[in-house]
Design a protein around this ligand. Structure first.
Ligand code: HEM
Length: 399
């Protein structure tokens, strides 16, 4: 397989911008009207979440080994849409038709074979993982039990699933609210599983976002929601092992899954009287963006937790200033610590580079930063300095 040709041809097609998803969806919905109902009611091309992901992932098939867990997660997660194995050939055919349309006479039989083989590899990985999860529900339902506005642009939503919902601290899952049917957004519980099964999320308002405003303003107690399966393990701790000391670096609401990890560590300290030391760095743009006091105050007396807050965009702030990754790196070296970084793609990239420069071993650095649906949301612009949008996550697959 000529993977350079895949990448090159995808770059040529992607240069046609919004016309590409426009063509793809017209082809797909005409050939297979039965899949239309899986997608949001309004399918503006510039809000496309699937096509750019497809092009980018399939053309990077040579890297598939390093992201196989993510692709399996994606396959399991697609069950929430109602996606079945039979739908994959339909999407594959529309992808190939789209490539052919935009490449014109550059679309050769060899290139067509390579695209088909690469798509087949990724689709098979997704379908196999989905089939293995068949005994699990495709999605879960639940009810909103409380909402709270913390700041101008951050709030919380607490839901109670109707049936048991098992997740590990640090994981995320897609949530659909009744105000925005079929527009799923990834959120992370801010705590370890609770006895009463309720789960609380932080929601960040994103300018121009389609869903975050409704989540913050319109969702209320009593609303019915649907949830996808829990996904991701980069920000989780193995349950039965000794845990390393942790350096947690969060931008904006990227704090949510890291709070869940802290909650888990706190339980271990309470249970057995010892556990890892945790250093938490939380970065925001302006002082008024610090929204997590209620969660953090619980740990005011915890000897095992060091907390630092940094502001990136306000020179008059009397505390720590600068991008949170730089602030954390400057306090290093972090020998013996495992770092978990969570925030917008820009924040994760910056913090990762800063920590590596400061001497942190790459093998000890973890983030959900590869094209991950829950580290980014394709079409809601991100706050590059700090905000992880659960609902924000910025640039989107294929950007
Ligand atoms: C290799 C095959 C595929 C890949 C790599 C892929 C990848 C993705 C990714 C990364 C997203 C964005 C994350 C998300 O919203 O969950 C997405 C969204 C979606 N995918 Fe897939 N997908 C594939 C096949 C399919 C198939 C066969 C269907 C069913 C017809 C499907 C239906 C959807 C829908 C409905 C969305 C949400 C679209 C939106 O919210 O605008 N996908 N896909």
């Amino acid at each position: 397989m000529d993977t350079d040709a895949l990448k090159r041809s995808w770059a040529q097609v992607a240069a046609h911008g919004d016309a590409v998803p426009g063509y793809f969806y017209a082809h797909l919905f005409l050939a297979h009207p039965e899949v239309r109902d899986m997608f949001p009611v309004t399918m503006a091309a510039q809000r496309d979440r699937l096509v750019r992901a497809l092009g980018r992932m399939v053309s990077n098939v040579d890297d598939v080994g390093s992201v196989v867990g993510y692709i399996q997660d994606l396959g399991r997660d697609h069950r929430k849409f109602g996606t079945l194995g039979d739908h994959y050939p339909a999407v594959g055919a529309s992808l190939l038709a789209t490539l052919k349309h935009f490449l014109g006479d550059r679309w050769t039989p060899e290139l067509a074979d390579d695209w088909a083989a690469a798509y087949g590899l990724i689709a098979t990985t997704m379908v196999t993982a989905a089939e293995e999860a068949e005994s699990e529900p495709a999605n879960w339902s639940g009810e909103v039990v409380a909402t709270e506005r913390r700041t101008m642009d951050v709030g919380t939503i607490t839901i109670r699933p109707d049936t048991e919902y098992a997740y590990r601290p640090g994981q995320s899952f897609a949530v659909e609210i009744p105000q925005r049917p079929r527009q799923w957004r990834y959120l992370s519980p801010t705590h370890a599983p609770r006895e009463d099964g309720t789960m609380t999320f932080h929601v960040q308002l994103v300018a121009g976002g389609q869903v975050s405003g409704a989540m913050l303003r319109d969702v209320q107690a009593g609303d019915r929601v649907r949830l996808g399966p829990p996904i991701g393990d980069a920000l989780t701790l193995p349950p039965d092992e000794e845990w390393p000391n942790l350096l947690l670096v969060a931008g904006g609401t990227g704090l949510a899954p890291l709070l869940a990890v802290i909650d888990q560590v706190a339980a271990r300290h309470a249970d057995v009287g010892y556990g890892p030391t945790v250093a938490l760095y939380h970065g925001v743009r302006h002082p008024w963006n610090f929204y997590a006091r209620p969660e953090l105050e619980k740990y005011a007396d915890a000897q095992w937790l060091i907390m630092r807050q940094a502001v990136s965009d306000d020179p008059s702030y009397p505390g720590l200033q600068g991008p949170v990754g730089d602030v954390a790196a400057a306090d290093g070296p972090w020998d013996g610590f495992t770092a978990m970084v969570c925030g917008s793609p820009a924040m994760v990239e910056h913090a990762t580079a800063a920590l590596l420069r400061s001497g942190l071993d790459a093998a000890r650095l973890r983030s959900e930063n590869y094209e991950h649906p829950y580290s980014q949301e394709s079409n809601e612009p991100s706050d590059p300095a700090s905000a992880r949008e659960v609902i924000q996550p910025g640039a989107g697959l294929g950007n």
